[in-house]
Ligand binder design. Structure first.
Ligand code: NAD
Ligand code: DAU
Length: 356
């Protein structure tokens, strides 16, 4: 059976990718995750019994642990998603971002290189190290234009600069050591199982609790939204069929201002879970102090991955947002466990005997 390492597979995008691979491919997945606050094995409950899924709690910056995993499982590739991912947290405390996103990626690259160097010639050329990155490395757009694979790097936040540093390391390992890498840079993801610190789940859960909906600045910053399962499908394609050394930009072609997103969420909630007594969720909108260094606009030209690998999103922003709101309404236990912190216990109750 072919084995694939996924790092960060208990996070929002990683868990979507693990669920997709187990449902639609024959890969055996070794899921390596440190289980920070953002790691939630309850998001993998549907695949907890799969024979093709092994969860390992480990830090990608732990070289001895990484060496041992490569020697034991001998994977045909790695998709590296483990990271600190939230811009606001990076502003409040950049240290973890430097440690995991830069040092962690470096340590993992060195463990991969040591393992990959010992493979037979044909296995070496088929191997892939796929680094999952963000469009935020390109900085901030004005009203016109799109980010593409040739856009110069211009990161602004501690988060985006740590991801940019990691992207440079990954490409250096390709040029210097010949490690067959693929890099993908994706726009804002949304969908089920997203931790409620990010805009869309935060607004949904605040609205349901009757709390203010904090909109930074004037709410006119623009993001290009992509449904998470569409990103997972793109990641699988880029990993399995991407050219060594290639970069693929991934985006939803769905630019919205933050205010448009919040208004749409309020309208969906008014329809699906009315507040009653004639009240509307939009009344909860509150404009708050802007994020420092807040990037104005992101937008992606996904032409390369569409032409070369035939990828296109299956969800429109309207269909994806409706599914997402419905998911949060229907999955009140997942939400309650995240809000109470109980999800941190889930690993002990359900996974302890399965840990490697
Ligand atoms: P997330 O914060 O939901 O999940 C990150 C996961 O990584 C968590 O499960 C966490 O426990 C794990 N992790 C953190 N530090 C670790 C370490 N040192 N060792 C092992 N595991 C560790 O993040 P996400 O939103 O799922 O993003 C996943 C990846 O995709 C990140 O690399 C992020 O930069 C990138 N990305 C995210 C988006 C987005 O919109 N969320 C868009 C483009 C790219
Ligand atoms: O573009 C890809 C990036 O998208 C990923 O690399 C990051 O991991 C991911 O977190 C996301 O970054 P953003 O900073 O764009 O996402 P966030 O959900 O934090 O914010 C989206 C927009 O909404 C942004 O313009 C800030 C604004 N915002 C966010 C929050 C949490 C608000 O107005 N109010 C809020 O409370």
């Amino acid at each position: 059976m072919r084995t694939l390492f996924i790092t960060g597979g208990a996070g929002f995008i990683g868990s979507a990718l693990v669920r997709l691979l187990l449902a639609e491919s024959d890969w055996r997945v070794v899921n390596i995750d440190k289980l920070t606050y953002a790691g939630n094995l309850e998001s993998l409950a549907a695949v907890a019994d799969s024979e093709r899924h092994l969860f390992v709690q480990a830090d990608v910056a732990d070289r001895a642990a990484m060496d041992e995993l490569f020697a034991r499982h001998r994977p045909q590739g790695v998709i590296h998603l483990a990271a600190e991912s939230h811009v606001d947290r990076s502003i409040l405390g950049p240290a973890e971002f430097v440690q995991t996103n830069i040092v962690g990626t470096y340590v993992l690259l060195e463990a991969v290189r040591a393992y990959w160097s010992g493979l037979a010639e044909d296995e070496r050329s088929r191997f892939r190290f796929h680094h999952v990155s963000t469009d935020e490395v390109f900085g901030s757009l004005g009203p016109q234009g799109l980010f593409s694979e040739t856009t110069a790097y211009d990161p602004r936040s501690p988060y985006s600069s740590s991801k940019a540093a990691a992207d440079h390391l990954v490409r250096a390992w390709y040029h210097t050591y010949g490690l067959p890498v693929v890099v993908t840079n994706c726009s804002n993801n949304y969908g089920p199982y997203q931790f409620p610190e990010k805009l869309i789940p935060l607004m949904v859960l605040n609205a349901l609790a009757g709390k203010p909906l904090p909109i930074y600045g004037r709410g006119d910053n623009v993001r290009d939204w992509l449904y998470v399962d569409d990103h997972a499908r793109a990641l699988r394609l880029a990993f399995e069929r991407g050219q060594a050394g290639a970069t693929y930009c991934i985006g939803g072609n769905a630019e919205r201002t933050n205010l448009e997103v919040v208004d749409r969420l309020c309208a969906l909630l008014d329809e699906l879970r009315p507040r009653g007594e004639g009240r509307r969720y939009g009344e909860l909108k509150t404009f708050v102090t802007d994020r420092p260094g807040h990037d104005r606009r992101y937008a992606i030209d996904a032409g390369h991955i569409r032409r070369e690998l035939g990828w296109a999103p299956q969800e429109s922003f309207d269909s994806g947002l409706r599914k997402t709101v419905a998911w949060y309404l229907e999955n009140s236990q997942w939400v309650a466990h995240v809000q109470s912190g109980e999800y941190r216990q889930w690993v002990r109750q359900n996974y302890s005997e399965r840990r490697a």
